[in-house]
Design a protein around this ligand. Sequence first.
Ligand SMILES: NC(=O)c1ccc[n+]([C@@H]2O[C@H](COP(=O)([O-])OP(=O)(O)OC[C@H]3O[C@@H](n4cnc5c(N)ncnc54)[C@H](O)[C@@H]3O)[C@@H](O)[C@H]2O)c1
Length: 432
Amino acid sequence: MMFVRRIAVVGTGYVGLTTGACLASLGHSVVCADVDAEKVERLSRGEVDILEPGLAELVAEGLASGRLSFVLGASAAVTEAEVVFLCVPTPMGVGGIADLQAVESVVDETRELLPSGCVIVNKSTVPVGTAVRTAELLRRDDVAVVSNPEFLREGTAVHDFLNPDRIVVGCDQQDAAERVAALYARLGAPTVLTDAASAEMVKYAANCFLAMKLSYVNAVAELCERLGANITDVTEGMGYDKRIGQAFLNPGPGWGGSCLPKDTHAMLQVADAADFEFRLLRATIDTNERQRQRMVEKVRLAVTGKRGGSLSHVRLGLLGLTFKAGTDDLRDSPALAVAAMLKQAGADLVAYDPALPGGRDLGSVSVVDDPYQAAKDVDGLVVLTEWPDFRSLDWARLAETVRRPVVVDMRNILDPDVIRRAGFTCTSLGRR
Ligand SMILES: NC(=O)c1ccc[n+]([C@@H]2O[C@H](COP(=O)([O-])OP(=O)(O)OC[C@H]3O[C@@H](n4cnc5c(N)ncnc54)[C@H](O)[C@@H]3O)[C@@H](O)[C@H]2O)c1
Protein backbone atom coordinates (compact mmCIF):
# COMPACT_ATOMS: atom_id res chain seq x y z
CA MET A 1 0.00 0.00 0.00
CA MET A 2 1.31 3.45 -0.95
CA PHE A 3 1.78 5.85 1.93
CA VAL A 4 2.87 9.46 1.70
CA ARG A 5 5.44 10.91 4.06
CA ARG A 6 6.29 14.54 4.72
CA ILE A 7 9.99 14.75 3.99
CA ALA A 8 12.59 17.50 4.41
CA VAL A 9 15.84 17.34 2.44
CA VAL A 10 18.65 19.59 3.65
CA GLY A 11 21.22 20.43 0.93
CA THR A 12 20.25 20.59 -2.74
CA GLY A 13 23.46 19.46 -4.44
CA TYR A 14 23.93 16.30 -6.52
CA VAL A 15 22.66 14.06 -3.72
CA GLY A 16 20.05 16.32 -2.08
CA LEU A 17 18.33 17.56 -5.21
CA THR A 18 18.24 14.06 -6.68
CA THR A 19 16.88 12.65 -3.39
CA GLY A 20 14.22 15.37 -3.13
CA ALA A 21 13.07 15.19 -6.74
CA CYS A 22 13.03 11.37 -6.81
CA LEU A 23 11.18 11.00 -3.48
CA ALA A 24 8.59 13.52 -4.75
CA SER A 25 8.27 11.44 -7.94
CA LEU A 26 7.56 8.40 -5.73
CA GLY A 27 4.60 10.30 -4.29
CA HIS A 28 6.03 11.80 -1.11
CA SER A 29 5.63 15.42 -0.10
CA VAL A 30 9.12 16.99 -0.08
CA VAL A 31 10.51 20.34 1.08
CA CYS A 32 14.15 20.93 0.08
CA ALA A 33 16.34 23.45 1.90
CA ASP A 34 19.65 25.05 1.07
CA VAL A 35 21.77 27.86 2.51
CA ASP A 36 22.40 29.28 -0.95
CA ALA A 37 19.58 31.82 -1.46
CA GLU A 38 20.16 32.23 -5.21
CA LYS A 39 20.10 28.48 -5.73
CA VAL A 40 16.82 28.21 -3.81
CA GLU A 41 15.31 30.95 -6.00
CA ARG A 42 16.48 29.29 -9.20
CA LEU A 43 15.22 25.87 -8.10
CA SER A 44 11.86 27.36 -7.12
CA ARG A 45 11.60 28.53 -10.74
CA GLY A 46 12.53 25.02 -11.93
CA GLU A 47 16.06 25.97 -12.99
CA VAL A 48 18.51 23.13 -12.36
CA ASP A 49 22.13 24.11 -12.86
CA ILE A 50 23.82 20.72 -12.63
CA LEU A 51 24.15 18.36 -15.57
CA GLU A 52 22.08 15.30 -14.57
CA PRO A 53 19.87 13.60 -17.15
CA GLY A 54 16.20 13.62 -16.13
CA LEU A 55 16.67 15.80 -13.05
CA ALA A 56 15.26 19.07 -14.43
CA GLU A 57 12.19 17.15 -15.67
CA LEU A 58 11.57 15.59 -12.23
CA VAL A 59 12.00 18.97 -10.52
CA ALA A 60 9.49 20.54 -12.95
CA GLU A 61 7.02 17.70 -12.35
CA GLY A 62 7.43 17.97 -8.58
CA LEU A 63 6.88 21.74 -8.61
CA ALA A 64 3.84 21.41 -10.86
CA SER A 65 2.26 18.71 -8.70
CA GLY A 66 2.92 20.69 -5.52
CA ARG A 67 4.80 17.72 -4.03
CA LEU A 68 8.20 19.47 -4.22
CA SER A 69 9.17 22.91 -2.90
CA PHE A 70 12.34 24.78 -2.02
CA VAL A 71 13.06 26.97 1.00
CA LEU A 72 16.01 28.89 2.39
CA GLY A 73 17.63 27.28 5.44
CA ALA A 74 17.00 23.96 7.20
CA SER A 75 14.82 25.48 9.90
CA ALA A 76 12.19 26.49 7.34
CA ALA A 77 11.96 22.90 6.05
CA VAL A 78 11.79 20.68 9.10
CA THR A 79 8.90 21.91 11.25
CA GLU A 80 6.36 19.45 9.83
CA ALA A 81 8.72 16.73 8.63
CA GLU A 82 8.38 13.07 9.52
CA VAL A 83 11.77 12.33 7.96
CA VAL A 84 14.68 14.78 7.54
CA PHE A 85 17.44 13.83 5.08
CA LEU A 86 20.85 15.45 5.57
CA CYS A 87 22.58 15.80 2.19
CA VAL A 88 25.15 18.44 3.06
CA PRO A 89 28.85 18.42 2.12
CA THR A 90 31.39 16.52 4.23
CA PRO A 91 34.61 17.73 2.59
CA MET A 92 38.17 16.74 3.40
CA GLY A 93 39.24 18.65 6.49
CA VAL A 94 42.64 19.22 8.09
CA GLY A 95 44.85 16.12 7.85
CA GLY A 96 42.32 14.26 5.69
CA ILE A 97 39.67 13.99 8.41
CA ALA A 98 36.02 14.38 7.28
CA ASP A 99 34.77 17.89 8.05
CA LEU A 100 31.36 17.51 9.69
CA GLN A 101 30.67 21.22 10.24
CA ALA A 102 27.68 21.33 7.88
CA VAL A 103 26.04 18.27 9.47
CA GLU A 104 26.56 19.69 12.95
CA SER A 105 25.29 23.15 12.04
CA VAL A 106 22.03 21.67 10.66
CA VAL A 107 21.58 19.74 13.92
CA ASP A 108 22.16 22.93 15.95
CA GLU A 109 19.82 24.92 13.77
CA THR A 110 16.95 22.44 13.87
CA ARG A 111 17.24 20.93 17.39
CA GLU A 112 14.27 22.80 18.83
CA LEU A 113 12.18 22.63 15.66
CA LEU A 114 12.06 18.92 14.87
CA PRO A 115 8.61 17.43 15.51
CA SER A 116 8.48 14.72 18.14
CA GLY A 117 8.85 11.24 16.61
CA CYS A 118 10.58 12.37 13.43
CA VAL A 119 13.70 10.68 12.06
CA ILE A 120 16.96 12.34 10.97
CA VAL A 121 18.54 10.42 8.12
CA ASN A 122 22.16 11.02 7.25
CA LYS A 123 22.79 10.57 3.53
CA SER A 124 26.04 12.50 3.59
CA THR A 125 29.14 10.30 3.70
CA VAL A 126 30.30 10.37 7.31
CA PRO A 127 32.77 8.38 9.42
CA VAL A 128 31.67 5.51 11.62
CA GLY A 129 30.32 6.89 14.88
CA THR A 130 28.68 9.99 13.37
CA ALA A 131 25.11 8.75 13.95
CA VAL A 132 25.87 8.24 17.62
CA ARG A 133 27.61 11.65 17.89
CA THR A 134 24.73 13.31 16.02
CA ALA A 135 22.24 11.85 18.50
CA GLU A 136 24.39 13.12 21.40
CA LEU A 137 24.60 16.56 19.82
CA LEU A 138 20.85 16.59 19.14
CA ARG A 139 19.86 15.76 22.75
CA ARG A 140 16.36 14.63 21.70
CA ASP A 141 15.22 11.22 22.93
CA ASP A 142 12.13 11.49 20.75
CA VAL A 143 14.10 11.81 17.46
CA ALA A 144 16.00 8.84 16.00
CA VAL A 145 19.17 9.22 13.91
CA VAL A 146 19.50 6.84 10.96
CA SER A 147 22.39 6.26 8.55
CA ASN A 148 21.33 5.77 4.91
CA PRO A 149 24.42 6.23 2.73
CA GLU A 150 23.91 7.21 -0.89
CA PHE A 151 25.59 5.35 -3.77
CA LEU A 152 24.40 7.31 -6.82
CA ARG A 153 26.96 8.24 -9.48
CA GLU A 154 27.14 11.73 -10.93
CA GLY A 155 26.00 11.75 -14.55
CA THR A 156 23.44 9.01 -13.85
CA ALA A 157 22.15 10.26 -10.49
CA VAL A 158 18.41 10.00 -11.18
CA HIS A 159 18.70 6.59 -12.79
CA ASP A 160 20.87 5.30 -9.94
CA PHE A 161 18.54 6.66 -7.25
CA LEU A 162 15.49 5.05 -8.82
CA ASN A 163 17.28 1.80 -9.75
CA PRO A 164 19.67 1.23 -6.85
CA ASP A 165 21.84 -1.90 -6.59
CA ARG A 166 20.93 -1.85 -2.89
CA ILE A 167 19.53 0.29 -0.11
CA VAL A 168 21.49 0.40 3.13
CA VAL A 169 19.79 1.63 6.27
CA GLY A 170 21.39 1.54 9.70
CA CYS A 171 20.06 2.47 13.10
CA ASP A 172 20.31 1.11 16.58
CA GLN A 173 16.50 1.46 16.78
CA GLN A 174 15.05 -1.11 14.37
CA ASP A 175 11.66 0.61 13.95
CA ALA A 176 13.28 3.88 12.77
CA ALA A 177 15.41 1.96 10.25
CA GLU A 178 12.32 0.16 8.97
CA ARG A 179 10.44 3.45 8.52
CA VAL A 180 13.26 4.81 6.37
CA ALA A 181 13.59 1.59 4.36
CA ALA A 182 9.83 1.73 3.68
CA LEU A 183 10.31 5.01 1.78
CA TYR A 184 12.14 3.05 -0.91
CA ALA A 185 9.82 0.05 -0.92
CA ARG A 186 8.51 0.80 -4.41
CA LEU A 187 12.02 0.52 -5.85
CA GLY A 188 12.19 -3.19 -5.05
CA ALA A 189 15.93 -3.09 -4.32
CA PRO A 190 17.76 -5.47 -2.00
CA THR A 191 17.79 -3.78 1.39
CA VAL A 192 20.43 -4.16 4.08
CA LEU A 193 19.03 -3.29 7.49
CA THR A 194 21.79 -2.97 10.02
CA ASP A 195 23.18 -0.90 12.88
CA ALA A 196 24.33 2.68 12.29
CA ALA A 197 28.08 1.98 12.50
CA SER A 198 27.87 -0.79 9.88
CA ALA A 199 25.81 1.36 7.50
CA GLU A 200 28.36 4.18 7.79
CA MET A 201 31.15 1.69 7.18
CA VAL A 202 29.49 0.23 4.05
CA LYS A 203 29.87 3.55 2.22
CA TYR A 204 33.55 4.03 3.05
CA ALA A 205 34.39 0.37 2.49
CA ALA A 206 32.71 0.46 -0.94
CA ASN A 207 34.36 3.70 -2.09
CA CYS A 208 37.80 2.66 -0.85
CA PHE A 209 37.41 -0.66 -2.65
CA LEU A 210 36.57 1.15 -5.91
CA ALA A 211 39.61 3.42 -5.48
CA MET A 212 41.75 0.35 -4.81
CA LYS A 213 40.45 -1.34 -7.96
CA LEU A 214 41.43 1.71 -10.03
CA SER A 215 44.87 2.03 -8.44
CA TYR A 216 45.39 -1.67 -9.04
CA VAL A 217 44.49 -1.46 -12.71
CA ASN A 218 46.73 1.60 -13.17
CA ALA A 219 49.62 -0.36 -11.66
CA VAL A 220 48.89 -3.38 -13.87
CA ALA A 221 48.78 -1.05 -16.90
CA GLU A 222 52.24 0.26 -16.06
CA LEU A 223 53.55 -3.27 -15.78
CA CYS A 224 51.93 -4.14 -19.13
CA GLU A 225 53.89 -1.29 -20.75
CA ARG A 226 57.12 -2.68 -19.37
CA LEU A 227 56.40 -6.30 -20.28
CA GLY A 228 54.79 -5.76 -23.68
CA ALA A 229 51.23 -6.82 -22.76
CA ASN A 230 48.04 -4.96 -23.73
CA ILE A 231 45.94 -3.72 -20.79
CA THR A 232 42.72 -3.61 -22.83
CA ASP A 233 42.92 -7.33 -23.53
CA VAL A 234 44.15 -8.04 -20.02
CA THR A 235 41.20 -6.25 -18.33
CA GLU A 236 38.74 -7.80 -20.76
CA GLY A 237 40.08 -11.21 -19.79
CA MET A 238 39.95 -10.34 -16.10
CA GLY A 239 36.50 -8.75 -16.20
CA TYR A 240 34.66 -11.81 -17.51
CA ASP A 241 35.35 -13.35 -14.12
CA LYS A 242 32.14 -12.61 -12.22
CA ARG A 243 34.11 -12.17 -9.02
CA ILE A 244 35.94 -9.23 -10.67
CA GLY A 245 33.52 -7.66 -13.21
CA GLN A 246 34.30 -5.22 -16.06
CA ALA A 247 33.46 -2.00 -14.20
CA PHE A 248 36.23 0.20 -12.83
CA LEU A 249 38.87 -1.64 -14.83
CA ASN A 250 39.91 1.16 -17.20
CA PRO A 251 43.30 2.75 -16.61
CA GLY A 252 43.37 6.53 -16.42
CA PRO A 253 45.21 9.59 -15.13
CA GLY A 254 44.33 8.67 -11.54
CA TRP A 255 41.01 8.63 -9.72
CA GLY A 256 39.40 11.80 -8.40
CA GLY A 257 36.05 13.55 -8.13
CA SER A 258 34.24 14.84 -5.09
CA CYS A 259 34.07 11.46 -3.30
CA LEU A 260 36.96 9.00 -3.70
CA PRO A 261 39.84 11.30 -2.59
CA LYS A 262 38.05 12.60 0.51
CA ASP A 263 36.57 9.24 1.44
CA THR A 264 39.86 7.33 1.16
CA HIS A 265 41.60 9.95 3.31
CA ALA A 266 38.77 9.97 5.85
CA MET A 267 38.88 6.15 6.11
CA LEU A 268 42.63 6.32 6.66
CA GLN A 269 42.07 8.81 9.49
CA VAL A 270 39.38 6.62 11.03
CA ALA A 271 41.76 3.64 10.85
CA ASP A 272 44.62 5.64 12.40
CA ALA A 273 42.35 6.74 15.24
CA ALA A 274 41.46 3.08 15.83
CA ASP A 275 45.18 2.24 15.90
CA PHE A 276 44.89 0.20 12.71
CA GLU A 277 47.57 0.58 10.05
CA PHE A 278 45.57 0.29 6.82
CA ARG A 279 48.55 -0.33 4.51
CA LEU A 280 46.45 -1.44 1.55
CA LEU A 281 44.53 1.84 1.58
CA ARG A 282 47.69 3.92 2.04
CA ALA A 283 49.20 2.14 -0.99
CA THR A 284 46.00 2.84 -2.96
CA ILE A 285 46.36 6.58 -2.31
CA ASP A 286 50.12 6.64 -2.94
CA THR A 287 49.68 4.73 -6.22
CA ASN A 288 47.18 7.37 -7.32
CA GLU A 289 49.52 10.27 -6.55
CA ARG A 290 52.29 8.53 -8.44
CA GLN A 291 49.96 7.92 -11.38
CA ARG A 292 49.46 11.66 -11.91
CA GLN A 293 53.21 12.21 -11.93
CA ARG A 294 53.59 9.32 -14.36
CA MET A 295 51.11 10.99 -16.73
CA VAL A 296 53.26 14.13 -16.83
CA GLU A 297 56.31 12.00 -17.67
CA LYS A 298 54.33 10.36 -20.46
CA VAL A 299 53.55 13.74 -21.96
CA ARG A 300 57.20 14.82 -21.69
CA LEU A 301 58.34 11.71 -23.55
CA ALA A 302 55.63 11.88 -26.21
CA VAL A 303 56.08 15.57 -26.96
CA THR A 304 59.85 16.00 -26.65
CA GLY A 305 60.96 12.47 -27.58
CA LYS A 306 63.07 12.34 -24.41
CA ARG A 307 62.47 11.04 -20.89
CA GLY A 308 62.39 14.10 -18.64
CA GLY A 309 62.31 16.44 -21.70
CA SER A 310 61.45 20.06 -20.96
CA LEU A 311 57.87 21.26 -21.38
CA SER A 312 58.91 24.90 -21.17
CA HIS A 313 56.94 26.86 -23.79
CA VAL A 314 55.36 23.68 -25.12
CA ARG A 315 51.72 24.33 -26.05
CA LEU A 316 49.28 21.53 -25.22
CA GLY A 317 45.62 21.09 -26.13
CA LEU A 318 43.70 19.22 -23.42
CA LEU A 319 40.59 17.22 -24.30
CA GLY A 320 38.37 16.88 -21.24
CA LEU A 321 38.60 18.49 -17.79
CA THR A 322 35.67 17.09 -15.79
CA PHE A 323 36.47 14.29 -13.37
CA LYS A 324 34.67 11.82 -15.60
CA ALA A 325 32.47 11.85 -18.70
CA GLY A 326 28.77 12.67 -18.38
CA THR A 327 29.13 15.31 -15.67
CA ASP A 328 30.11 18.98 -15.45
CA ASP A 329 31.68 18.45 -12.02
CA LEU A 330 35.28 19.64 -11.75
CA ARG A 331 35.73 18.98 -8.02
CA ASP A 332 39.04 17.19 -7.43
CA SER A 333 39.21 16.30 -11.11
CA PRO A 334 42.33 14.28 -11.98
CA ALA A 335 42.36 16.15 -15.30
CA LEU A 336 42.80 19.45 -13.47
CA ALA A 337 45.46 17.93 -11.20
CA VAL A 338 47.48 16.72 -14.22
CA ALA A 339 46.89 20.08 -15.95
CA ALA A 340 48.28 21.94 -12.93
CA MET A 341 51.38 19.72 -12.98
CA LEU A 342 51.87 20.27 -16.72
CA LYS A 343 51.52 24.01 -16.19
CA GLN A 344 54.05 23.92 -13.38
CA ALA A 345 56.41 22.08 -15.71
CA GLY A 346 56.22 25.09 -18.05
CA ALA A 347 53.53 24.09 -20.59
CA ASP A 348 50.95 26.52 -21.99
CA LEU A 349 47.52 24.92 -21.83
CA VAL A 350 44.26 25.32 -23.65
CA ALA A 351 41.35 22.94 -23.12
CA TYR A 352 38.04 21.82 -24.56
CA ASP A 353 35.39 19.93 -22.59
CA PRO A 354 31.89 19.14 -23.94
CA ALA A 355 30.32 20.07 -20.57
CA LEU A 356 32.08 23.41 -20.07
CA PRO A 357 31.41 26.72 -21.79
CA GLY A 358 34.36 28.43 -23.47
CA GLY A 359 35.88 31.59 -22.03
CA ARG A 360 36.45 30.18 -18.54
CA ASP A 361 39.86 30.60 -16.99
CA LEU A 362 40.52 27.75 -14.57
CA GLY A 363 43.88 29.06 -13.39
CA SER A 364 46.21 26.59 -15.04
CA VAL A 365 44.17 26.37 -18.22
CA SER A 366 41.83 28.44 -20.38
CA VAL A 367 38.74 26.79 -21.83
CA VAL A 368 37.61 27.15 -25.45
CA ASP A 369 34.35 26.29 -27.18
CA ASP A 370 35.43 23.65 -29.67
CA PRO A 371 38.07 20.94 -29.95
CA TYR A 372 39.57 22.33 -33.17
CA GLN A 373 40.23 25.63 -31.41
CA ALA A 374 41.93 23.70 -28.59
CA ALA A 375 44.15 21.97 -31.17
CA LYS A 376 45.31 25.15 -32.91
CA ASP A 377 49.12 25.23 -33.15
CA VAL A 378 49.66 22.85 -30.23
CA ASP A 379 52.65 20.57 -29.77
CA GLY A 380 50.46 17.79 -28.48
CA LEU A 381 46.87 16.81 -27.66
CA VAL A 382 46.18 15.13 -24.32
CA VAL A 383 42.94 13.23 -23.66
CA LEU A 384 42.15 13.54 -19.95
CA THR A 385 38.42 12.67 -19.68
CA GLU A 386 36.71 9.70 -21.35
CA TRP A 387 34.06 11.65 -23.31
CA PRO A 388 32.96 9.30 -26.13
CA ASP A 389 32.63 12.36 -28.41
CA PHE A 390 36.42 12.47 -28.72
CA ARG A 391 36.43 9.23 -30.69
CA SER A 392 34.39 10.73 -33.51
CA LEU A 393 36.31 13.99 -33.90
CA ASP A 394 37.63 14.72 -37.40
CA TRP A 395 41.16 13.54 -36.65
CA ALA A 396 42.40 14.39 -40.15
CA ARG A 397 41.26 17.99 -39.61
CA LEU A 398 42.90 18.01 -36.18
CA ALA A 399 46.16 16.81 -37.78
CA GLU A 400 46.10 19.87 -40.03
CA THR A 401 45.34 22.18 -37.09
CA VAL A 402 48.08 21.15 -34.65
CA ARG A 403 51.72 22.24 -34.89
CA ARG A 404 52.96 18.73 -34.10
CA PRO A 405 50.77 15.62 -34.52
CA VAL A 406 51.17 13.99 -31.11
CA VAL A 407 48.34 12.50 -29.02
CA VAL A 408 48.58 11.19 -25.47
CA ASP A 409 45.38 9.28 -24.69
CA MET A 410 45.22 8.93 -20.90
CA ARG A 411 41.83 7.19 -21.04
CA ASN A 412 42.47 4.66 -23.81
CA ILE A 413 39.30 5.75 -25.58
CA LEU A 414 40.71 6.52 -29.02
CA ASP A 415 41.24 3.91 -31.70
CA PRO A 416 45.03 4.05 -32.17
CA ASP A 417 44.73 2.90 -35.80
CA VAL A 418 42.35 5.75 -36.69
CA ILE A 419 44.58 8.29 -34.95
CA ARG A 420 47.72 6.99 -36.64
CA ARG A 421 46.08 6.90 -40.07
CA ALA A 422 45.22 10.58 -39.55
CA GLY A 423 48.96 11.21 -39.18
CA PHE A 424 49.38 11.35 -35.41
CA THR A 425 51.75 9.46 -33.17
CA CYS A 426 49.60 8.06 -30.36
CA THR A 427 50.60 7.08 -26.83
CA SER A 428 48.09 5.41 -24.53
CA LEU A 429 48.21 3.52 -21.24
CA GLY A 430 49.22 -0.08 -20.68
CA ARG A 431 50.19 -0.78 -24.25
CA ARG A 432 53.66 -1.08 -25.69
N1 LIG B 1 28.22 13.72 -5.44
C1 LIG B 1 28.13 12.40 -5.38
O1 LIG B 1 28.27 11.69 -6.38
C2 LIG B 1 27.85 11.72 -4.07
C3 LIG B 1 27.46 10.38 -4.07
C4 LIG B 1 27.19 9.75 -2.85
C5 LIG B 1 27.35 10.45 -1.65
N2 LIG B 1 27.77 11.75 -1.67
C6 LIG B 1 27.90 12.45 -0.39
O2 LIG B 1 26.75 13.27 -0.21
C7 LIG B 1 27.10 14.48 0.46
C8 LIG B 1 26.67 15.68 -0.40
O3 LIG B 1 27.39 15.63 -1.61
P1 LIG B 1 26.97 16.50 -2.89
O4 LIG B 1 27.89 16.09 -3.99
O5 LIG B 1 25.51 16.43 -3.08
O6 LIG B 1 27.38 17.95 -2.38
P2 LIG B 1 27.08 19.34 -3.11
O7 LIG B 1 28.22 20.22 -2.77
O8 LIG B 1 26.72 19.12 -4.55
O9 LIG B 1 25.75 19.87 -2.40
C9 LIG B 1 25.68 20.21 -1.06
C10 LIG B 1 24.61 21.29 -0.89
O10 LIG B 1 24.42 21.51 0.52
C11 LIG B 1 24.24 22.91 0.73
N3 LIG B 1 24.54 23.20 2.13
C12 LIG B 1 25.73 23.32 2.75
N4 LIG B 1 25.57 23.57 4.06
C13 LIG B 1 24.22 23.61 4.27
C14 LIG B 1 23.42 23.84 5.43
N5 LIG B 1 23.98 24.06 6.62
N6 LIG B 1 22.08 23.85 5.29
C15 LIG B 1 21.51 23.64 4.07
N7 LIG B 1 22.23 23.39 2.95
C16 LIG B 1 23.56 23.38 3.06
C17 LIG B 1 25.18 23.54 -0.27
O11 LIG B 1 24.82 24.91 -0.52
C18 LIG B 1 24.98 22.65 -1.49
O12 LIG B 1 23.92 23.09 -2.32
C19 LIG B 1 28.59 14.40 0.73
O13 LIG B 1 28.80 13.87 2.01
C20 LIG B 1 29.07 13.41 -0.31
O14 LIG B 1 30.23 12.73 0.07
C21 LIG B 1 28.01 12.40 -2.85
